[in-house]
Design a protein around this ligand. Structure first.
Ligand code: ADP
Ligand code: MG
Length: 364
């Protein structure tokens, strides 16, 4: 591709990375690749990958970007986790369709300064580890110098039996609304990261910790940090739910906003009960510490990558057998009416649910 932007200032780049060059780095990526998913006819090395899909399957395609300064900070130093997350947030989208992930394409923008070859290698190792977990083959991508920070864009291709992928649009009045796992952990983990906590490490000495913070709360906050850095996509749960969910969405922007997407696509309303929401214990602890409302972290924090779905029947038995260990909670129900979600608080007052993350508004 012809590039018209300014050349990379090579002298500020990590010498090992500059010596390797774009094509050397692509070779490194290629050397790492293990073909794991069925249907990779031709992987990295040509102008396009050749992929094959079994008859009777439909192709699922999804992309998510991770941008430095928007989704992560380079100074957190968590490059392995970043590689994993770049893929796992896409796996979460395939999970929300009840599909199987197969092939990934990686768009990589590497900034001129401040990223070392070792860090890029850690990032690729993380991506590979995640690919191995889910049986995904990295089938191609693009590598560029970036003038504006580290950029990771993953496209994930997957499959579902024709006509069987679960959409956002099938919820019916009377269906119950359910959510997997717990909410607010990722937002709480982000707060802790911003306050200086790093995964598996003690708080830095300058952070004054409240008296009530005991080992249990510390453990919950560390688990929240993990939830933010390395979210666990609910793939087995999503696939198990393909037979019983009438509509499904993964929670990336926050329940408050994502339940609205499900309502609009299904042309229904929703009523949620605050006392039923499974709040991550790390959100409870960080909320108490920082004065933020834990319920607000659970509703509007985003990036929990749990599944929200509507179902006519109780999904617990099928989840217990096909996705053991994944908790599921009934949080409300689908109602006939305008595509609005309401939340009934502990004190019994019902309000229209607003907020959640919007990249163009930056508001909650
Ligand atoms: P082209 O200029 O034809 O797009 P490239 O030189 O960009 O080709 O890429 C060469 C090969 O390396 C292609 O098969 C491409 O898919 C693969 N590739 C490039 N960058 C990456 C990356 N970051 N991850 C995986 N594969 C990559
Ligand atoms: Mg290219």
């Amino acid at each position: 591709m012809l590039v018209v932007h300014l050349p990379m200032p090579e002298d500020s780049m990590d010498p090992a990375l500059a010596a390797l060059g774009e094509f050397g780095l692509i070779d490194r990526i290629r050397e790492r690749i293990r073909h794991r998913s069925p249907g990779t006819v031709l992987g990295i090395g040509d102008d396009a990958a050749i992929l094959w899909l079994e008859p009777g399957q439909e192709l699922l395609a999804t992309t998510d970007m991770l941008l430095e300064g928007v989704h992560f900070k380079r100074e957190w130093g968590c490059f392995h986790a970043l590689g994993r997350k770049a893929l796992s947030v896409n796996v979460s989208d395939i999970a929300a369709m009840g599909g199987r992930p197969l092939h990934a394409l990686l768009g990589l923008g590497i900034p001129a300064a401040g990223v070392t070859l070792a860090e890029v290698e850690a990032l690729l190792a993380g991506l590979e580890a995640e690919a191995e977990t889910w049986g995904i083959t990295l089938a191609g991508g693009d590598t560029c110098g970036s003038q504006s920070g580290l950029v990771l864009s993953v496209t994930l291709l997957g499959a579902a039996p024709a006509g069987r992928a679960v959409r956002r649009s099938g919820a019916h009045p009377g269906n119950a609304l359910w959510v997997t796992g717990c909410l607010g952990g990722s937002a709480a983990g982000l707060l802790a990261l911003e306050m200086g906590l790093r995964p598996g490490a003690a708080w830095p000495p300058h952070v004054l910790r409240p008296d009530w913070l005991g080992p249990e709360e510390e453990g919950a906050i560390q688990s929240a940090v993990r939830a933010h850095l390395t979210p666990a996509p609910r793939l087995a749960a999503g696939q198990a739910l393909a037979g019983c969910a009438t509509a499904m969405i993964d929670l990336s922007d926050g329940l408050a906003s994502d339940v609205g997407h499900l309502c609009r696509e299904s042309r229904v309303g929703a009523q949620l009960l605050a006392r039923l929401l499974p709040i991550h214990p790390g959100a409870t602890a960080m909320g108490r510490w920082t004065g933020q409302d834990a319920l607000d972290l659970a509703l509007r924090g985003g990036e929990d990558y749990e599944l929200l779905f509507a179902s006519e029947t109780d999904p617990s038995p099928i989840l217990a057998s096909r996705a053991p260990g994944v908790a599921v909670t009934r949080i409300g129900e689908v109602r006939a009416g305008p595509p609005i979600a309401t939340l009934t608080g502990a004190e019994g007052r019902t309000d229209v649910l607003t907020g959640g993350f919007d990249h163009f508004r930056r508001g909650k």
